[in-house]
Ligand binder design. Structure first.
Ligand code: FAD
Length: 187
C-alpha cells in the first residue's frame, strides 16, 4: 500500500520487502562485501539531485511571492513597496543564488571525477534548509491566501519539508560534514 504523505504525491512511496531472494553473481553490483560502501556512494550523487530539486522549489516559491507582492495592494500601494517584504524577498533570492552556486560547485567536482561527498552533503543541507525557509516566507507574503490550496505556495512548503528528510536527514548531513572536518567521532 502506498504511504499517505503530506507532499511529494507525484512520486508514490511504498515499502518493498525482500524475503529469501536469490541473485546470481552476474547480477551483483561490485564485489562481495562492498555493498554498503556502494550504496553510500550512490547517496552522494542523490544528494546533488535533492539539492537541485530544493532550489527549483524555492525558486518557484520566490517567483510566486514576487508576482503576488507586486499585484496585491494594501494601504494604497503594492505590498512589494513595503520594506518588511522587500527585505524578505531579497533574503530569499540571495539564499537561492547561494544554494545554486553550492550544488553546481559540487556537481563540477563530481564531473571532474574528484571527491565530492562533503560538498554534496553541504549542498543538500543548505539547499533544502533554504527551500524550507523560502517556501515558508512565500506563504507569509501571500498572507491568508498563502495558507489556502487556491495558490501553490502551501504546496511548495509541503514539498520542501520532505527534502530535509530524504537522502539522509539534515542532521545526518551535518554528521557527514563534521566527519570530513574533524574525523570520526570518538567515544
Ligand atoms: C517520501 C519519502 C520517500 C522515501 N524514499 C526512500 C527510498 O526511496 N529509499 C529509502 O531507502 N528510503 C526512503 N525514505 C526513507 C528516508 O530515507 C528515511 O525516512 C530517512 O533517512 C530518515 O530515517 P528514519 O525515518 O528512519 O528516521 P530516524 O533515523 O528514526 O530519525 C528520526 C529523527 O532523528 C534524527 N536522528 C537520527 N539519528 C541521529 C543522530 N545520530 N544524530 C542526530 N539526529 C539523529 C533524524 O535526523 C530525524 O530527525 C523515504 C522517506 C520519505 C518520507
Amino acid at each position: 500500500m502506498p504511504e499517505k504523505k503530506m507532499g511529494m504525491k507525484g512520486s508514490p512511496t511504498a515499502q518493498v520487502h525482500l524475503d529469501g531472494v536469490r541473485v546470481s553473481d552476474a547480477r551483483r553490483i561490485g564485489e562481495e562485501g562492498q555493498g554498503f560502501a556502494i550504496a553510500l556512494s550512490a547517496l552522494d550523487g542523490g544528494r546533488l539531485g535533492i539539492a537541485a530539486c530544493a532550489i527549483g522549489v524555492a525558486q518557484a516559491a520566490l517567483d510566486e511571492a514576487l508576482g503576488y507582492a507586486t499585484e496585491r495592494r494594501q494601504f494604497g500601494r503594492p505590498i512589494a513597496d513595503f520594506q518588511g517584504l522587500r527585505f524578505m524577498l531579497a533574503d530569499m533570492a540571495t539564499q537561492i543564488e547561494a544554494g545554486r552556486a553550492l550544488y553546481l560547485a559540487a556537481a563540477r567536482l563530481r564531473d571532474a571525477g574528484r571527491p565530492f561527498a562533503k560538498q554534496a552533503a553541504m549542498a543538500k543541507l543548505h539547499c533544502t534548509d533554504t527551500a524550507m525557509r523560502v517556501t515558508t516566507d512565500a506563504v507569509q507574503i501571500l498572507g491568508g491566501y498563502g495558507y489556502t490550496a487556491d495558490f501553490p505556495a502551501e504546496r511548495y512548503m509541503r514539498e520542501a519539508k520532505v527534502l530535509q528528510i530524504v537522502e539522509g536527514t539534515n542532521q545526518i548531513q551535518r554528521m557527514v560534514i563534521a566527519r570530513h572536518l574533524a574525523g570520526p567521532e570518538t567515544r
